[in-house]
Design a protein around this ligand. Structure first.
Ligand SMILES: Cc1cc2nc3c(=O)[nH]c(=O)nc-3n(C[C@H](O)[C@H](O)[C@H](O)COP(=O)(O)O)c2cc1C
Length: 505
């Protein structure tokens, strides 16, 4: 039996269910995709896991999100409830002393910032990251026995080991990483599970081949300075890599430093960052990268790797799930549909504004090859007024998660981001052409979840990303909610549980 499908990734001949598929029986069919920054927060992941599928928290910039929640008075006391369960003595009290503000910040008061990450940072700085990731996973897992994962970006190298350790202290079940080649992460998970030193090669731009240096994280330093022994070994989470080419999946399956447990096969219709097209970059009339045949992942070859995989990007529908299963996938990873549900971290007013703009046909979505300082294409949602707000913004770099380490002529490492003030970037040896069209993802994405930094010239403008499905969201919601929405605005609220009910229908 063979069947055709509409999804661009599924060019495979579809086969009947095989023993290979039966191995997938214990795996989740739906992964709620990790969505930074804190769009997939603990509330969303908890709701999804309770509904029997895999909830994923985003670990990107979570330490900043966490200390801002504390400065906003920790409404509901959730952060403090989770902190009380952190196993390393004294850490929670110290972080609360520094960042918690009873009753929240007076309006317009700037947030207190964390020191920016570098190759080495103080134990105290690492601990904020460890604690923040622990708290998010702990809350996502609270009150049920479902599976919870954490999503991190390989390219945001510097906080990753501390983030992973924090998530593992809260017994995270899965680690999902893309945006780069996470070859060394499986080995790092093995080490961290034993509270051993973990290290990753530090990727330095402009470094000579033999200029090898590492990022290291030693759990014992944290336990010793808290004058308490490291506890029993931790659960080693399953590791899933996000890929958009079979060759990368094969390389990781063979050459990763430890076991890889599966893959997310993500297409260019997915929200967030996309892999660039293979070959020379060509742009369409809207300035978006053009993807072609070479970017289509051969799912027959994916099956040959004999590890479970999930399809992501524009497959958030019952048909998408059915087609994915028929193609030998364990299921689908869905982002956009979850990003606008009640439990997501997207600021409610902004959520409604985007959904209204979709209803009236005034929202636009562009795959922007320039916006992200990472250099990966990034999908940007625009509604009325966004462009002016962005043009008015004065460049500033005070969060620094996307800063790239560069070996300077004098041999030192400098840290720069192409979205930082142009003069500063050029003074660090950067090419002015790199700065063109860049958006500050760090500040833009934190504004999106209601943590905008107040500035003299106004609040930091929000930056919303979504998959191509966004523009068809009304049709999807009509099917999901079972009623016509027309072009009227408002009244589009739905829960994560409804999304799962719809997808599994
Ligand atoms: C708001 C938003 C933020 C995202 N952020 C991340 C991220 O931080 N890391 C990641 O691996 N994928 C990210 N993604 C991709 C999702 O995890 C998922 O793979 C994708 O959304 C699936 O395609 P869909 O949007 O068509 O459902 C993001 C997607 C959205 C919509």
């Amino acid at each position: 039996m063979t069947a055709a499908t509409t999804h661009p990734l599924m060019t495979t001949q579809m086969s009947p269910v095989t023993t290979h598929d039966l191995v997938h029986a214990a795996l989740p069919r739906i992964i709620q995709g990790g969505m930074g920054v804190a769009v997939s927060n603990w509330q969303l992941a908890n709701a999804v896991a309770r509904a029997g599928q895999m909830g994923v928290v985003s670990g990107s910039m979570l330490d900043t999100v966490f200390v801002r929640r504390l400065q906003d008075g920790d409404p509901g006391g959730h952060m403090r409830r989770a902190i009380a369960h952190f196993p390393i003595p004294g850490v929670g009290d110290e972080v609360l002393r520094r960042y918690f503000r009873e009753g929240g910040r007076p309006e317009g008061t700037p947030y207190r910032l964390l020191p920016m990450y570098k190759q080495t940072v103080s134990i105290a700085r690492q601990r904020v990251t460890v604690l923040a990731n622990f708290v998010e996973v702990w809350l996502a897992k609270e009150g049920h026995a479902g599976a919870v994962g954490i999503n991190l970006l390989t390219k945001v190298q510097m906080p990753n080991l501390a983030s992973l350790y924090g998530a593992m202290l809260a017994s995270v079940d899965y680690v999902i990483m893309g945006a780069g080649i996470p070859r060394e992460i499986p080995g790092a998970l093995d080490a961290l599970a034993l509270h051993d030193v973990a290290r990753l090669r530090f990727e330095i731009e402009g470094a000579a081949r033999d200029d090898v240096t590492y990022l290291t994280f030693d759990p014992r330093e944290h336990w010793q300075s808290a004058s308490s022994d490291a506890p029993a070994p931790l659960q080693r989470p399953r590791f899933i890599a996000v890929i958009s080419a079979v060759s990368l999946a094969m390389t990781l399956a063979r050459k990763a430093t430890g076991h890889v447990d599966g893959f997310i096969v993500e297409g260019p219709t997915a929200g967030g960052h996309n892999a660039p097209p293979r070959g020379e970059l060509q742009l369409n009339e809207r300035g978006e990268p053009v993807y072609g045949e070479r970017d289509v992942v051969d799912l027959d070859k994916m099956r040959e790797i004999s590890l479970p995989f999930w399809i992501a990007g524009g497959v958030g529908s019952p048909d998408g799930l059915r087609s994915a299963l028929a193609a030998g996938a364990a299921g689908i990873q869905v982002g956009t549909l979850f990003a606008y549900c009640d439990e997501s971290g997207l600021e409610p007013v902004l959520k409604a504004r985007v959904l209204d703009a979709v209803a009236t046909g005034e929202a636009s979505l562009v795959t922007d090859p320039r916006a992200s300082p990472t250099g990966y294409p990034f999908k940007v949602v625009e509604v009325e007024g966004d462009r002016e707000r962005v043009t008015r913004r004065k460049r500033v770099c005070d969060l620094g998660y996307l800063r790239v380490p560069v070996r300077s002529a004098s041999g030192t490492i400098v840290y720069r981001c192409s979205a930082e003030p142009v003069d500063a970037y050029v003074a660090k040896g950067g090419d002015i052409a790199d700065t063109e069209g860049r958006r500050c993802l760090c500040n833009g994405l934190t504004s999106t979840i209601g943590q905008a930094m107040p500035r003299v010239e106004g609040e930091e403008p929000a930056l919303v990303t979504s998959g191509d499905d966004l523009l068809a969201l009304d049709r999807i919601l009509e099917r999901m909610l079972g009623r016509m929405l027309g072009r009227t605005t408002g009244d589009r609220r739905y829960s994560a549980k409804q999304v799962i009910g719809y997808l599994c229908a």
